[in-house]
Design a protein around this ligand. Structure first.
Ligand code: ADP
Ligand code: MG
Length: 682
């Protein structure tokens, strides 16, 4: 078999017609490689020998029996039958189409044998038809090996699927391993071929610490790091350095109502040297909520505009984009910088004007949502793209973005999503990372408290006091993943309750509201016409409400540590003490108590992310899955932490060209080749 056998369509296998391949596609088994990566979830344990009177009909069993009688009917179409027994009962071993001579040899009279196969019940007697194994006691080990079992979908029976997977595994071409035998031995791994074969024919798939499983994890990680490394090389190409005078940014810094933190200054200078260098910037600012990323990005925008280019600033929601828009108008207002605002909901005529102005270079800075990257949108001279709070940006999007921007376009991402250290490189390995580690000096640590929901009444006097002293309150309603409608109705109910207590002071905001209405309410809240804002989770973490100092989160046990940390970051952004109250249904579990303890003790988002991962485990990180952070099929940053490091080093030290066949094979195996636009395989 040739190596490219692995990448053929599934219907190129014998016995896989169009009907079957349709079913398999539903299970995302499209190519032969997908069969290879579809590991058995459990297997039939044939090592256990059952007594005949313990047999379960329909299941696979192994039995130890004595051959009592052979029955070869002389009538056509009647099967040959061997009657066997143990000390608990009798069983018929039935063969269709097997020759007498063969069976007499296999079943010597009075001999004790191990027989294994699926058990049926017929004519008042147990029987096994065409057993999978018949062997003597001495050769017991032959039977005892296990048979893999796979997750199946409707329309494929187990035997059929196994015949497909057997066909693939038995014909597995010998791969030119990308790991040399010294490396394999030293790191206690196995060859690719052995690994895959073991995973499908032994218990190894069940044990994520087995050598074969670890080999697969290592490969998956390498494929991931390789893709990032290719992406980085693609993006960090030559560009013309941007030339600007630092007087402009210094002027703005001088007139800010606060002093930049050292961390902010450091990151700003890292960005500036990227802008001035002759290779493209591809950088991410990682900084906790409220660490002041926005101002750093706006100062960078200013420098790029002053060097004669246009800039685009994209954020995931309207509300956040609008806030950035207002802020930049305020900051750049006197600087004659032309700023505009574009979202998917911008009116047609307005949009047309914006598009024309963009093309003519009459807009310096365009701020908005995903709409900024529609096909129709053409900049005259785009020099910088800034993307805020976009943790859903995977390698593919980053790669597309860099292409769309053009060769002269620098790229800056900003994220407050706490990411566990182990995951950092596997997510952002293609980018340079700047970290804002400091919070603005006067910022106080957010006080975090917890309360059972039934004591909710104790909150009202407290809230009343807050409102009287001009503080504002967020009330985040239950997180109900299953139904946006329920989410909405529960927010509405809560709104009604709170509104009764504090008439005319409460606003409600949820995903089903019109953009206009949303904005009216948010504006009212920002202008302090409203004191309490009841919301579902629609309010993005990045929005800045300097007067909101209390946040109440209902059903807090449904959120992970990292998410709670992000939510509480909505308050306490000014210089006043922020408070976060977590409401729980019923008594707290041990882990919930531990979580609150961690939240109370630290404000360090990076630390919290690590703890979150440890406590919940990778598999349970729903929030991470949604955000695209959980991008591995086999690797688990807790269980395979050592392999993350090993793979990182391995990829860093690859001297050869990544276009070498063996690495392309690896990239294709894990669907990375398409992501980074490698198409050829020869
Ligand atoms: P994030 O990093 O979460 O995007 P923002 O950029 O929205 O944070 O900043 C949060 C708040 O902190 C804003 O009101 C901003 O004006 C303020 N801020 C930013 N930098 C500083 C600083 N060095 N000192 C005091 N306040 C600051
Ligand atoms: Mg922000």
């Amino acid at each position: 078999m040739k190596k490219d056998f692995i990448f053929r369509e599934i219907n190129s296998l014998k016995g896989v017609g169009s009907q079957l391949s349709k079913y398999l596609k539903k299970r995302k088994i499209e190519k032969i490689k997908d069969v290879i990566l579809n590991l058995p979830y459990s297997e039939t344990d044939r090592s256990i020998i059952s007594k005949i009177n313990d047999l379960e009909i329909g299941k696979i069993h192994s039995i130890k029996v004595q051959v009592k009688k052979l029955n070869f009917p002389r009538i056509r179409n009647l099967p040959n039958k061997i009657i066997c027994e143990d000390d608990t009962g009798k069983i018929d071993i039935v063969y269709f189409n097997s020759r007498e001579g063969y069976l007499r040899k296999l079943f010597p009279l009075d001999e004790w044998l191990i027989i294994s196969g699926k058990v049926n019940f017929f004519n008042n007697r147990y029987q096994i038809t065409n057993p999978d194994y018949v062997t003597t006691l001495e050769n017991k080990d032959y039977v005892v090996k296990n048979i893999p079992k796979y997750n199946l979908t409707k329309g494929i029976n187990e035997k059929k699927y196994r015949s497909i997977s057997d066909q693939v595994i038995n014909n597995l071409p010998k791969i030119d391993d990308w790991l040399d035998s010294y490396f394999i031995k030293k790191n206690n791994l196995v060859t690719w071929n052995d690994g895959i074969t073991n995973l499908h024919t032994t218990n190894d798939a069940k044990n994520n610490k087995s050598k074969s499983y670890r080999r697969l994890v290592f490969d998956e990680l390498c494929a991931n790091f390789l893709a990032l490394s290719v992406n980085r090389k693609r993006i960090k190409i030559k560009k013309s350095p941007k030339k600007f005078n630092s007087n402009y940014s210094n002027f703005i810094i001088k007139h800010l109502p606060f002093k930049l933190t050292n961390s902010q200054k450091k990151v700003f200078s890292e960005i500036n040297s990227d802008l001035q260098s002759n290779s493209r910037m591809f950088r991410i600012i990682q900084g906790d909520v409220g660490s002041g990323k926005t101002i750093v990005s706006l100062l960078s925008v200013l420098n790029v505009i002053k060097s004669g280019y246009q800039c685009a600033l994209m954020s995931p929601t309207e509300i956040l984009s609008k806030q950035h828009y207002e802020l930049s108008k305020k900051i750049f207002g006197k600087d004659k910088i032309k700023i505009d605002f574009l979202t998917g909901k911008t009116e047609h005529n307005k949009k047309k004007i914006i598009l024309e102005r963009l093309k003519d270079g009459r807009i310096d800075l365009l701020i908005g949502t995903h709409a900024l990257f529609q096909k129709k949108i053409n900049f005259k001279k785009l020099g910088l793209v800034v993307i805020d709070e976009q943790h859903k940006f995977g390698v593919k999007q980053r790669s597309d973005l860099a292409k769309k921007g053009g060769d002269e376009c620098d790229v800056l991402l900003m994220s407050a999503t706490p990411i566990p250290r182990t995951m950092m490189l596997s997510l952002y390995g293609d980018m340079d990372i700047s970290k804002i580690t400091e919070k603005p000096a006067k910022r106080k640590k957010i006080i975090t408290l917890s309360k059972p929901e039934k004591k909710i009444d104790e909150l009202w006097p407290y809230i009343k006091k807050q409102i009287e002293t001009e503080n504002q309150v967020f009330w985040v309603c239950p997180l109900i993943e299953e139904s946006p409608f329920l989410e909405y109705s529960s927010a509405k109910k809560k709104y009604e309750l709170i509104n009764k207590k504090f008439p005319d002071k409460v606003g409600l905001i949820h995903g089903a509201l019109e953009k206009k209405d949303k904005e009216i309410i948010l504006k009212k809240f920002l202008n302090k016409d409203l004191s309490i804002l009841v919301s579902t989770t629609v309010i993005e973490v990045g929005i800045d409400f300097p007067n909101a100092n209390l946040i109440i989160i209902e059903n807090a046990n449904k959120f992970g540590l990292a998410q709670l940390h992000q939510l509480r970051g909505r308050v306490g952004r000014g210089n006043i003490q922020g408070t976060c109250i977590l409401l729980f249904k019923e008594g707290l579990s041990k882990t919930a108590i531990k979580r609150i303890k961690i939240l109370k003790n630290t404000n360090d988002g990076f630390f919290i992310a690590d703890e979150d991962l440890k406590m919940r485990g990778f598999g349970d990180l729903i929030g991470y899955q949604q955000s695209g952070i959980k991008n591995f099929r086999f690797a688990d940053p807790i269980i395979h932490e050592d392999l993350f490091k090993l793979a990182e080093n391995y990829v860093l030290n690859i001297r050869e060209d990544i276009n070498e066949k063996k690495y392309l094979f690896l990239l294709k195996l894990f669907d990375k080749a398409e992501i980074i636009n490698i198409k050829t395989f020869n």
